[in-house]
Design a protein around this ligand. Structure first.
Ligand code: XMP
Length: 515
């Protein structure tokens, strides 16, 4: 394990992912972790993340000063390096000029950390403070035109610092540097592989659950599908996979899901047809938040009554991922005021948004994984690409893409339009060019003319998005040809639609979904 001590950097997760890409397990932990706790965790190496603070801020987060004496190799990144320098008796100053963006590093000592990193490599810088005096035993490994100490080390104690961010993609040689730290300095073995994860989690599930019964709510997404696989492999028919069809999924999706699990993989799925119940709830509802709330509550009702019928169960399997674990594990302290603040805006809740006070104990085999690692696992156990790389799809489904009241007629219209979008971009081989690509149905009507006849029907909005994580997004610059094909097909093939428009709003200020 490499432990990453988080000082509130937006890049801490990224460091963890970069380490894992070298096939070494890494974990993000709080800066309040004591040296004693670290000793128990027994990592092969420690990375101190960057952070928004200055080491001179009154409430700047600090690490336990005993960690320098653990004998474990440490790499400080940006703020992490400044903290190392300051705590070990060096000097950090507010630089006359901060350094933001790309900078070429000039290598003074091409050993250890900088082996195989080319001189003049471009690294990503983002700092206001700089180290002006190194602690005893330290020497400079690299400098830039603005920064005398861009990379430093105390070879004997295996303490290293870099002022730049090796983890971001713009840093050439950043990966090489991380590999040097992980393999040469910390002497890690490449043991974090998909196969090892699958084996280990199956072992863990068996050990934890034994012959108790487990309930799993399948949604059709990659997380719950992977869960279903792992649990089935671990405990066979002791797991019950339940799929609640609320009627807001895309065309053919529920059928396809049943087919894949039931037939292709021999994992039985309890199919719950709740379409009418959900549709009834939608009668007369137009307010987006009320819509979402009603769907959420109904999901819980159906879930509870159905699980009673199928149960009793001891455990509920949940697709909690590593970012959820990090987010809920810690809050940060504002370096200027000392107030506790949440690091991130919460991302959307899981599929049905199950309440935490359910009577089940939880089994969460994916809690160590990042999303891209889930995809790797999914692929390795043979899940089809259509699930592995499916675009994100909201829990309330098409219901929140129908502006205004959700009726079965309007669901059919949107389902058909949505199908054409997916069909066309799959055929043209551009499905994966977009983070999401979908249609939204508007409650207004406009005039048109088709076959010499006046029409008065609904517009459909096309929403194509590019994004890294769904938190921010840009509208996609879709080729006109594709837009033209989609517009033609939708107007001709979908009854009730006579106009197609394209949404050119980024997020922010827009959100990805319309409700
Ligand atoms: P917004 O509309 O907030 O969406 O920009 C950001 C991302 O989250 C998805 N989304 C949801 N996912 N349950 C989910 O599991 C939900 O209720 C939900 N609402 C939005 C959305 O599709 C986008 O990827």
């Amino acid at each position: 394990t490499i432990a990453i001590i988080d000082f509130g950097s937006q890049y801490s997760e990224l460091i963890a992912r970069r380490i894992r890409e070298t096939q070494v397990y890494s974990e993000v932990i709080s800066y309040r972790t004591t040296a004693e706790q670290l000793r128990n965790l027994d990592p092969k190496g420690i990375i101190l993340s960057g952070g928004p603070s200055s080491v001179y801020d009154e409430y700047a987060p600090k690490c336990d000063p005993e960690i320098w004496n653990l004998g474990i190799p440490i790499l400080g990144v940006c703020y992490g390096m400044q903290l190392m320098v300051k705590q070990l008796g060096g000097h950090v100053e507010r630089a006359k000029r901060g350094e933001y963006g790309k900078a070429a590093i000039h290598i003074d000592d091409p050993t250890d950390l900088l082996t195989n990193v080319e001189d003049d490599s471009t690294m990503w810088m983002s700092h206001g403070d700089s180290c002006t005096e190194l602690p005893e035993g330290f020497s400079v490994l690299a400098h830039t035109n603005n920064t005398a100490c861009a990379a430093i080390s105390n070879h004997e104690k295996k303490l290293f610092g870099v002022q730049f961010h090796p983890e971001v993609v713009h840093s050439q040689g950043g990966i090489a540097l991380i590999r040097n730290f992980v393999y040469h300095v910390c002497e890690c073995e490449p043991t974090w592989t998909t196969e090892a994860f699958v084996e280990e989690s199956i072992r863990e599930i068996k050990a934890k659950v034994g012959d108790k019964k487990v309930l799993l709510a399948l949604s059709g997404g990659v997380d719950s599908s992977t869960l279903a696989f792992l649990l089935h492999r671990a405990i066979g028919d002791k797991v019950t996979c339940m799929f609640i069809d609320q009627g807001f999924m895309r065309k053919g999706e529920p059928e396809r899901l049943m087919e894949i699990f039931d037939r292709q993989f021999n994992i039985p799925v309890a199919y719950v047809n709740a379409r009418e119940r959900f549709l009834d709830k939608m009668e007369g509802v137009t307010d987006p938040e009320i819509k979402r709330r009603l769907i959420g509550h109904e999901f819980i009702h159906v879930f509870e009554s159905e699980s009673e019928k199928l149960g009793p169960f001891d455990y509920l399997a949940q697709g909690t991922l590593y970012p959820d674990v990090i987010e809920s594990a810690d809050t940060n302290v504002d370096p200027k005021t000392g107030e506790r603040v949440a690091v991130k805006i919460k991302s959307h809740h899981n599929v049905g948004g199950l309440p935490e006070n359910l009577r089940f104990k939880l089994v969460e085999p994916l809690r160590k994984l990042f999303k891209d690692e889930v995809r790797k696992v999914a692929r390795s156990i043979g899940l089809p690409e259509e699930i592995v790389r499916r675009h994100p799809f909201p829990g309330p489904g098409l219901a929140i893409r129908i502006i205004g009241e959700v009726t079965s007629e309007r669901l059919n219209i949107l389902r058909d339009a949505d199908f054409i979008v997916r069909d066309e971009i799959s055929k043209q081989g551009v499905y994966h060019d977009y983070w999401q690509a979908f249609a939204v149905l508007l409650p207004i009507r406009s005039v048109g003319v088709m076959g010499d006849k006046r029409t008065y029907a609904h517009p459909v909005v096309l929403r194509f998005i590019t994004s890294e994580d769904g938190m921010t997004a840009d509208w996609a610059k879709v080729p006109y040809d594709l837009l033209e094909t989609l517009s033609n097909r939708i107007v001709n093939e979908v009854k009730g639609v006579n106009r197609v428009v394209y949404d050119i709003t980024s997020k922010p200020p827009g959100t990805i979904e319309w409700e």
